[in-house]
Structure formats: structure tokens, C-alpha cells
Design a protein around this ligand. Structure first.
Ligand SMILES: NC(=O)c1ccc[n+]([C@@H]2O[C@H](COP(=O)([O-])OP(=O)(O)OC[C@H]3O[C@@H](n4cnc5c(N)ncnc54)[C@H](OP(=O)(O)O)[C@@H]3O)[C@@H](O)[C@H]2O)c1
Length: 275
């Protein structure tokens, strides 16, 4: 059972897609401990006979089982919001299904392209519903992006190194791409005065992102989510770094999005717009 609501506001009924994953299971527990939220359902990729309470080993949602069909859950439970923390290969289809069911998507799964984001916005505008896609729910990472954008106005040489656990499916990370996009708003081209380069090992210089900012992706067990933005000019180097040490750092941001999305229309991309 959910923790009791405070005041008279109705609970926001939230479904979680990817509820057995590393992020999804943390957020299911967050819903339970947030007095403004109620768990409306959970979806997982692999069928399971386990109940939600058996899986989590505590009484969270008596009688609730995992769904494997998101559409079925949306039609049956009609949640207010559905949080997607799944896989880049299914996130677009899931997001469209959520909107089609008149539910508000909060998407943490990375890997959506610019044209897919535009399609989601169009679908949301058509239904007059709000939705959010958030490459990084950690406040420290959002601040890093903001500081990097500010610094990019003063440095025309910069590179991004993002480091993640080795189960991450997409590269570069959504956060690295978003950081590069923000930096490109302040600097037309990075690294313009570098010497002509020839890579004797292809990929050695990373991938060229917006405004030619180089992005390097590191994948290692032991890491969670980390990013450095290194800016250089003659005689000085500025390094900005953020480390997510535990997935707990993402949970307040997801809960905030779930609450804010109720009063939005169209797609909001990034946590910074609702802080
Ligand atoms: N925005 C942010 O701040 C942030 C932070 C961290 C991670 N992420 C992103 O969040 C996503 C999930 O990360 P994670 O570390 O939790 O990954 P994970 O541990 O691999 O969990 C993903 C879960 O998604 C489930 N799944 C796969 N396909 C599905 C489908 N079609 N329907 C329903 N569930 C499905 C899987 O279920 P089964 O195991 O049952 O197949 C799995 O439990 C990734 O894209 C990651 O990059 C975002």
C-alpha cells in the first residue's frame, strides 16, 4: 500500500515501464515513499510469475503483478503518468503508446533522435498533454551542463569525456549530446586551430558532436554515470566533472518531473526547464 497522501490533492497514479531494471526498481520504491504518488502498475520486458511484493521483498503493492504488455496496462489502469526506464530499442514505441493512451510520458531512457523528439512533441500537442524527456535526472549533472554552456562562451577548445557502466546500450550518452548541444549555442566551432589530424587508430579522437566538440565514451564495470567537460585556451585548462555515485541521485529528479508534467503541454526536454 502507498504511503498516505498529505492534504487534499489527489495522488498522481504512476506506472513504471522497466520496473525490474536498476533505475526502475529504485523509482518504484521512491513512489511508495512519496505521499503525492501512487503506483498504478509495473511493466517488465521478461514475463514473470512473481508478484511485485515477492520481487521487492516488502509490502509495496499487495495483489499487483508485473505486466509485459504496456498497452494492456495503460488501457486497464489509465495511469496519469508513465515513467519509461527501459532500453533505447523500445523507448520510442513505448513513448508513442503512452501518449496514444492519453497518459503523460516521463522518459529517462536515452537514445531518442531529434526527429523522434519532434514526433513526440507533435503527438503531445495533438492530445494537449504534457511529456518530458530527460537525459539526466541528477541535479549535479544539470548544473554541469549549465556551467559547461557558460564556459563555452569563453573557450573555443573543449572536449567531453563521458564514462558509464558497461551495460549501457547507447553511446554517446544522452547527457553528453545535450551538453554538446548547449555548448554549441555559445560557440560556433570547437578545436578550429588544432593541427591537421590523422588517426592511425580510427576513433582515437572520439566522435564529432555539435560544433565539432569531440565526445569520448568510456564503458567499464564499476562505473555508474560520470562526465567531464575539459575546456582549454593558451596557458590554462578548465575541467568540470560530475559523478553519480549511486542511482539514488536520479530519484528526486524523476519524482519532480512526474509532478510537474501534470501541468505541462507538449514535450519538455531536460530537467533544467522545470527547476
Ligand atoms: N535519464 C537519466 O537520468 C538516466 C540515468 C540512468 C540511466 N538512464 C537510462 O535508463 C535506462 C534504463 O537503465 P537501467 O540502468 O535501469 O537499465 P537496466 O537495468 O538494463 O533495466 C532496463 C529494464 O528495462 C526492461 N525492458 C526492456 N525492454 C522492455 C520493454 N519492451 N518493456 C518493458 N520493460 C522493458 C528490462 O526488463 P527485463 O530485464 O525483464 O527484460 C530491464 O529490467 C537506460 O536507457 C539508461 O541509459 C537514464
Amino acid at each position: 500500500m502507498n504511503a498516505p497522501a498529505s492534504g487534499n490533492s489527489p495522488l498522481i497514479r504512476v506506472a513504471v515501464c522497466g520496473a525490474k531494471g536498476k533505475m526502475g526498481r529504485e523509482f518504484v520504491k521512491t513512489i511508495w515513499s512519496d505521499p503525492e504518488l501512487a503506483l498504478a502498475g509495473v511493466v517488465t520486458g521478461t514475463p514473470t510469475a512473481e508478484s511485485v511484493d515477492e520481487h521487492f521483498g516488502v509490502t509495496l503493492a499487495p495483489g499487483m503483478h508485473f505486466d509485459t504488455d504496456l498497452n494492456e496496462l495503460l488501457a486497464r489502469e489509465k495511469p496519469d503518468v508513465c515513467v519509461d526506464l527501459t532500453h533505447p530499442g523500445v523507448v520510442f514505441e513505448n513513448s508513442m503508446a503512452i501518449i496514444e493512451a492519453n497518459c503523460r510520458p516521463v522518459i529517462g531512457t536515452t537514445g531518442l533522435s531529434a526527429s523522434q523528439l519532434a514526433q513526440l512533441d507533435k503527438a503531445l500537442q495533438g492530445k494537449q498533454l504534457g511529456g518530458m524527456v530527460v537525459p539526466n535526472f541528477a541535479i549535479g549533472a544539470v548544473l554541469l551542463m549549465k556551467f559547461a554552456q557558460e564556459a563555452a562562451g569563453y573557450f573555443d577548445h573543449a572536449e567531453i569525456i563521458e564514462l558509464h557502466h558497461n551495460q549501457k546500450a547507447d553511446a554517446p550518452s544522452g547527457t553528453a549530446l545535450k551538453t554538446a548541444e548547449l555548448m554549441a549555442e555559445r560557440q560556433a566551432r570547437f578545436g578550429g586551430s588544432n593541427a591537421p589530424e590523422k588517426e592511425s587508430l580510427p576513433g582515437a579522437r572520439g566522435a564529432k558532436g555539435p560544433a565539432d566538440v569531440r565526445i569520448h565514451s568510456v564503458r567499464l564495470p564499476g562505473l555508474i554515470a560520470h562526465q567531464e567537460v575539459i575546456l582549454g585556451s593558451p596557458g590554462q585548462v578548465l575541467t568540470l566533472r560530475h559523478d553519480s555515485m549511486d542511482r539514488a541521485c536520479f530519484m528526486p529528479g524523476i519524482a519532480l518531473c512526474v509532478k510537474k508534467v501534470m501541468s505541462l503541454t507538449g514535450l519538455t526536454y531536460g530537467l533544467e526547464h522545470i527547476l
